[in-house]
Write a protein of this length. Structure first.
Length: 589
RNA sequence: GGGGGAAUGGUGUAAUUGGUAGCACGAGGGAUUCUGAUUCCCUUAGUUCGGGUUCAAGUCCCGGUUCCCCUACCA
């Protein structure tokens, strides 16, 4: 067999080449690599952001460089401190640690203002006093060139004066803007004299009322990167058209700069590279869609376990590791891929299968009574049964659970008239109760609606612990096809269990229907109030791992992976189903 | 009637930069199993199309097709 070779994606290869060539300094020095995650603090992070965070953090870590968390807080009208806090929390939870202090674009407003003045002085920017609509009309269209503003060639001193007064708050919103003087006939719309500053008379969450002008994204972003010494400014595909502008602004500042220049030395010029954003079937990454789901009450909030926000995944029980695995799995390319939601589910199954301690919980209980238990004596007898906490990992140890006359089993594990391939309980059939005894169904009762109310069985005392009975006279050992989970009724603890399904019924919500709300899955949430748990689950036990986020997670045997919800209290346990187990029986049906 | 990107099994990705198209997931089959889980084994199926260069093309050249993005005082 061939050795597994480490393959490097196109961004890694590009950085390798840059390092080798000495693009950022001394050739071979890997530690210069600096990346950043630049969220706008105007909402919650989603799984798509996780890909970007992990890419940037991963690169910095791999090369021994730096990773910055920088808030792009250039629009006071939309941004809030609360989002800053939630974003920091999410980034940390994902396992990405940023270098030094958290950074803010607003820390650089003064520097950006100075550079803007420099561009005006160099004749590369001007104040435009036209109303929005006029500017828009003059921009032209995709196929027609734009027309220059009448203010385009106004004297430098005039622009300088107006710009300063814009800054000082002398004008109302929309009165005028600062524009770069580039090319009104460019086939790239971004180059048709883009706006650099607009007037926004609003209170900023960090700078308060200091500023009355705020920089636009294209002007600000590259400068922020430059100031921080970012080498690789990574962003998504839709910014490819912006790269010429990103470069133009830095080049404009560097124009006529150099040793002995009155403007000063040249500033650092980062490299912008674009990769495709993450898209997942049966979801939508649109912030607008997500906000609508929350605002209109289709979900309980931004952290609803059905949401694809990082907070939603966390509450659902996903681990940081599972999201890291996903990011690794989908890779980095420029191809607009659609990742199957099934892959996301497989990642958390893979992680939790390795790590989650097992428990027995009956979600939809029916009573099972063992009629020959305590025959001729003690019907209340309880036997303690040892059961492994993890079948593949002995280090998890084992626990003892009670077994007695009255138990609960899963409603779907009994059928009155079972088909041949049904390996579970039915009249006259024998099954193993996991780590308990083998039982044979002798009778059952129904209510007037035909629902099974109770199942009666006899047990075989020779199968204690769930072990096979001894061989008969001919040396043959009796066999059972099915093993059921169960809970001892008298000691069972009640719990609420929330089962989640996909939020949307179609691969691309809103694509065909036109409205994503029409594609919502009406059965995406099912709340079970009377689940029966083995008593060991009520409080944390020593076999439970130390999850980095402190959230308790389990596999409920034969059911799936579950975590303790934040709504859970000692008096009322609440579990969320993170993912079901794969179920080849259900698939057969 | 403009500009910028991208196309490899069902899905997501590799291919030492011109030299055996590989990996993972899924799907199908089998083995093991005190979870119809896990684990293990086998099978399945691919270079967007048409030309060209070459001993040799996923890779280079020419032409076509399809998909995504771009006309916010948002980022």
């Amino acid at each position: 067999m061939t050795e597994p070779v480490e393959t490097r994606h196109f961004i890694q290869q590009m950085i390798d080449a840059d390092i080798e060539r000495g693009q950022w300094g001394q050739a071979g020095d890997r530690s210069v690599v600096t990346t950043r995650f630049p969220p706008e603090p105007n909402g919650f992070l989603h799984i798509g952001h996780a890909k970007a965070i992990l890419l940037n953090y991963g690169l910095a870590k791999e090369f021994g460089g730096k990773f910055n968390l920088r808030f792009d807080d250039t629009n006071p009208a939309k941004e809030e401190q609360a989002f800053v806090d939630s974003i920091k929390h999410d980034v940390q939870w994902l396992g990405a640690t940023w270098d030094g202090e958290v950074k803010f674009a607003s820390d650089y407003f003064e520097q950006m203002y100075d550079w803007a003045c420099e561009l005006i002085r160099k004749g590369l920017a001007y104040v435009d006093e036209q109303p929005v609509d006029d500017i828009r009309a003059q921009r032209g269209s995709l196929k027609e060139p734009g027309k220059p503003s009448p203010y385009r060639d106004r004297p430098i001193e005039e622009s300088l004066d107006l710009f300063e007064r814009m800054k000082n708050g002398e004008f109302p919103n929309g009165a005028m803007v600062l524009r770069a003087k580039i090319d009104m006939s460019s086939s790239n719309m971004n180059l048709r004299d883009p706006l650099m500053y607009r007037i926004v008379n609003a209170t900023h969450h960090r700078t308060g009322d200091t500023w009355h002008i705020y920089p636009m994204y294209d002007w600000a972003h590259g400068l922020e990167d430059s100031i921080e010494g970012v080498t690789n400014s990574l962003c998504t595909l839709e910014f490819e058209d912006h790269r010429p502008l990103y470069d133009w602004f830095i080049d404009a500042i560097n124009k006529d700069r150099g040793p002995d220049s009155p403007w000063g030395e040249k500033i650092h010029h980062p490299r912008q590279t674009e990769f495709s954003r993450l898209a997942i079937s049966y979801t939508n990454m649109s912030k607008r869609y997500m906000k609508q789901l929350v605002d209109e009450g289709h979900v309980s909030g931004w952290d609803d376990p059905r949401m694809i926000t990082i907070a939603g995944f966390r509450r659902r029980g996903y681990t940081p590791k599972s999201l890291q695995m996903l990011a690794e799995d989908v890779g980095i390319t420029k191809f607009n891929a659609l990742v199957d939601m099934g892959r996301v589910e497989n990642m958390i199954r893979e992680d939790l299968n390795d790590r989650a301690p097992r428990r027995m919980v009956v979600l939809d209980p029916i009573k099972l009574t063992i009629t020959n238990w305590g025959e001729g004596g003690d019907e209340d007898r309880v036997e303690m049964m040892a059961i492994p906490n993890h079948p593949q990992d002995e280090s998890y140890g084992q626990r003892e659970i009670p077994f007695g006359k009255e138990l609960y089993i899963e409603r779907e594990d009994f059928m009155e008239e079972p088909p041949k391939k049904f390996f579970r309980l039915g009249p006259g059939r024998e099954v193993r109760l996991r780590a308990g005894y083998w039982v044979t169904c002798t009778d059952y009762t129904k209510d007037s609606d035909g629902n099974i109310t109770e199942v009666f069985c006899t047990y075989d005392p020779q199968t204690k612990g769930g072990n096979n009975p001894p061989a008969d006279a001919e040396g043959k050992v009796r066999k059972v096809k099915g093993t059921l989970h169960w809970v001892h009724a008298p000691s069972a603890v009640d719990a609420e269990v929330r089962l989640f399904d996909r939020l949307y019924m179609v691969e691309r919500p809103g694509k065909k229907s036109g409205d994503h709300l029409d594609d919502l899955n009406p059965d995406s949430l099912q709340i079970i109030s009377g689940a029966k748990c083995e008593a060991t689950i009520a409080e944390r036990t020593s076999d439970e791992p130390d999850w980095v986020d402190g959230i308790r997670r389990f596999q409920f045997e034969r059911q799936g992976y579950f975590c303790v919800d934040q709504d859970s209290t000692p008096d009322k346990l609440v579990f969320n189903r993170t993912a079901s187990l794969r179920d080849s029986w259900a698939k057969q049906q």
